[in-house]
Design a protein around this ligand. Structure first.
Ligand SMILES: [Zn+2]
Length: 318
């Protein structure tokens, strides 16, 4: 998400930041709807819904006529110009490791002060892990696909305590370098604030900086370079016993981005690179054995990619 798109979406930087203050209605009553479980070979997989955010269609598809967008969105039962979008985390568990992929927006019981303004975070990941009996101390690895707030906000508590004290944190070195260099100067100050709070202090913790493409970071979990949305975003290819899962993070924000590779979002840093990444991931995904998990698609974001005459198409799991 860049500053322009961010401001355009929300009007002002602070007063209407829904992802910071939203309390998903009766989330405790709907606990089961916020947790989705399945298996990939030896991995027990759980998708948690941290919260739901709402985006404006014109920010999801910035270079497309709004009538065309609306007509395409109606195929997904969206008849307004608002697109509901979950934030998720994916937990992978086998006999030796408990791996968390992305950390949610975070939760704060007290207001956080940023530039003299107060806000609170209402991510539900901590609650949901607790309800499932998953101890944060038992998490051995945390993989951060990129450094936008909805993916890193839960690394530290609002009191500055590391939420996963025994974990090794995996991230691509390009993402780290970008956010810790002058290249990130044009990024929204609030995003930089999240990085300063949740990423920079990791320099004193166990960090694995991924270098290069297709790196096996944990047995059966391979990082795939997926730049464009951010400088060093990664996707993840999870494989076990001939079953595969591709975690595409934010390379696609909506299934329509798979059908229309030229439809740009205001949240990608570099459109040409984002398109190249989309093609690469669609190629990887479009086979009979690969399931796909998409961070911002309808929860739990599980489906597959079909090859069609003119390209690719997303199919949600039934
Ligand atoms: Zn995201």
């Amino acid at each position: 998400m860049n500053r322009r798109g961010f401001l355009k979406t929300n009007g002002t930087l602070f007063s209407t930041l829904p992802f910071l203050n939203i309390i998903p209605g009766s989330i405790m009553d709907l606990l089961e709807d916020n947790i989705h479980e399945f298996k990939i070979g030896r991995f027990q997989c759980t998708v948690f819904r941290d919260l739901i955010f709402k985006y404006k269609a014109k920010d999801y598809f910035i270079n497309v006529d709004s009538m065309e967008v609306q007509s395409e969105l109606s195929r997904f039962d969206i008849t307004t110009d608002i697109i509901p979008s979950p934030y998720i985390s994916l937990l992978l568990k086998d006999n030796t490791r408990t791996v968390l992929i992305d950390s949610g927006i975070g939760f704060s019981d007290e207001p956080i002060v940023f530039k003299g303004k107060e806000f609170v975070l209402r991510g539900q990941l901590s609650n949901l892990l607790e309800r499932k009996g998953i101890s944060k101390n038992g998490i051995t690895d945390v993989i951060l696909t990129h450094f936008h707030p909805d993916h890193i906000g839960g690394v530290f508590s609002n009191k500055g305590q590391l939420n996963y004290p025994n974990a090794t944190f995996h991230m691509h070195h390009t993402e780290w370098d970008f956010w810790h260099s002058s290249k990130s100067v044009a990024q929204p100050p609030l995003f930089k604030f999240f990085v300063e709070k949740n990423i920079s202090p990791l320099q004193d913790e166990k960090v694995n900086f991924i270098k290069g493409d297709y790196q096996e970071i944990i047995d059966g979990i391979v990082s795939v370079e997926a730049p464009g949305h951010t400088a060093g975003q990664i996707a993840l290819l999870i494989s076990s016993n001939n079953e595969n899962l591709l975690y595409i993070s934010d390379a696609f924000l909506h299934p329509l981005h798979m059908e229309h590779l030229d439809w740009r979002t205001s949240f990608d840093m570099e459109h040409k690179m984002a398109k190249k990444t989309r093609t690469k991931l669609l190629d990887l995904a479009s086979n009979d054995t690969t399931r796909v998990n998409a961070f911002h698609f309808d929860f739990p974001g599980m489906g597959r990619v079909d090859t069609i005459k003119k390209g690719w198409r997303w199919v949600y799991d039934k």
